[in-house]
Design a protein. Structure first.
Length: 400
């Protein structure tokens, strides 16, 4: 099978959940199929590094493209185009003419049996009259992210454009699913939600995976009162989660466990987060080469997400390292986890703080949860297993 894989923003380095999922699936597929990756790289990024880390691919082609910043003229132009069209701004801003031209050229030369549009943002560059089946790989239900953003926004002048955006995103997402030959979601819950807005569309789902050889328990129980949260801090749902924890949950924990520490680990923390962390005497690392030492030193891994879509790889990484996890429903959404067996679910500040406090006081309970989580991901959710499921859906589509 010859696969043309289209993704905005590259697959390397592995600094975000979407990159991780795509990278590991592409790596596995390239062992058995001819995979050509068409992607983009930003200023200062080494486009050659992607090819070096995907040696099994037939070809990796990257064109320069910088995602417009909210304060830039390019973003203002994308916003203006969005207001005058049916496209949501978070799709419109990802138009890359050079990438679209490269896709058309290769499709016209009949270089592919299948085209994968990786994330909804890629679809704006894939021609509607694509001569081969298109698979939309939906890592998130994008409109739900924007809907939850609008629901948590307290300022009316900010809430209105967010409301308009999520409604436009819902319409576009439904049409994109309907146009695709197949949409692959990352959980059965996401598949059902997308199906509700794209009646008649062909949809399937695969589970989230984790590198169980890379993320392993190191035998350390962690520091007695150490908490950690990991993720890209330039992704608003992660920043919101960290700020929510600092403001509403951590003070409650410290009333019971005064020496409780908290580490926020991930790239590009905003000035707002840095200021809030400094006031709360909390460590914010910024970009790190390896998250494992920070997860290993924690007694409890927390996922206080209120906004999001898709599934969170971060929970599987923590479970693979044998850590006890406390998460909101949104944080664990779409994952095959049972509360009180694999993690503790808590959805308000008081219950979240109580769950963390109880675990900090109960090492045996932490070990029990960590062991159950490790056994679950090791048995069913390694990346080779997930990639095989993705591969099977694609083979069905091309009739092989």
């Amino acid at each position: 099978m010859r696969i043309l894989w289209v993704k905005l923003g590259g697959l390397w380095p592995l600094t975000a959940g979407g990159r991780l999922r795509s990278f590991h699936i592409v790596s596995e597929l390239s062992r058995r199929h001819s995979v050509t990756v068409l992607t983009t790289h930003g200023p200062g990024e080494d486009s050659r590094a992607q090819a070096a880390h995907l040696p099994g691919c037939h070809e990796v082609v990257s064109v320069p493209f910088a995602i417009p910043k909210r304060t830039s003229l390019r973003f203002a132009l994308a916003l203006g185009r969005s207001w005058l069209s049916a496209l949501p701004v978070d799709v419109s801003k990802f138009r890359v003419p050079a990438l679209a031209d490269e896709i058309r050229r290769r499709l016209a030369a009949r270089e592919a049996d299948l085209c994968v549009a990786d994330f909804l943002s890629a679809t704006v560059n894939v021609p509607r009259d694509c001569p081969v089946p298109v698979v939309l790989f939906a890592h998130n239900v994008e409109h739900m992210i924007w809907k939850r953003l609008s629901e948590t926004e307290r300022r009316p002048w900010r809430r209105l454009p967010l409301t308009l955006e999520w409604r436009k995103m819902r319409r576009y997402e439904g049409r994109a699913c309907a146009r695709a030959a197949l949409t692959i979601a990352v959980s059965e819950a996401d598949r059902a939600l997308l199906s509700a807005h794209a009646p008649g569309a062909r949809l399937s789902s695969i589970p989230t995976g984790v590198d169980t050889r890379y993320f392993t328990p190191n035998g350390s129980p962690g520091r007695a009162a150490a908490l950690v949260f990991t993720g890209s801090m330039d992704w608003h749902p992660n920043e919101d989660a960290a700020l929510y924890f600092l403001d509403a949950i951590l003070p409650r924990i410290r009333r019971e466990v005064p020496d409780a520490s908290f580490s926020v680990v991930g790239r590009n923390p905003t000035p707002r987060l840095l200021a809030a962390a400094a006031a709360a005497h909390v460590r914010v690392t910024g970009t790190v080469d390896d998250v494992r030492p920070y997860i290993a030193e924690a007694a409890v891994y927390v996922v206080p997400l209120r906004i999001g879509g898709g599934t969170r790889l971060k929970i599987f990484e923590a479970l693979a390292m044998g850590k006890a996890v406390v998460s909101t429903t949104v944080g664990a959404e779409g994952l095959p986890l049972v509360s009180d067996r694999h993690f503790i679910r808590a959805d308000d500040p008081a219950s979240f703080a109580e769950a963390v406090h109880c675990l900090l006081r109960d090492p045996a309970r932490r070990r029990s949860l960590g062991l159950a989580g490790r056994q679950l991901v090791e048995a069913r959710y390694s990346w080779p297993h997930v990639a095989r499921e993705f591969e099977a859906r694609c083979l069905e589509l091309v009739g092989r």
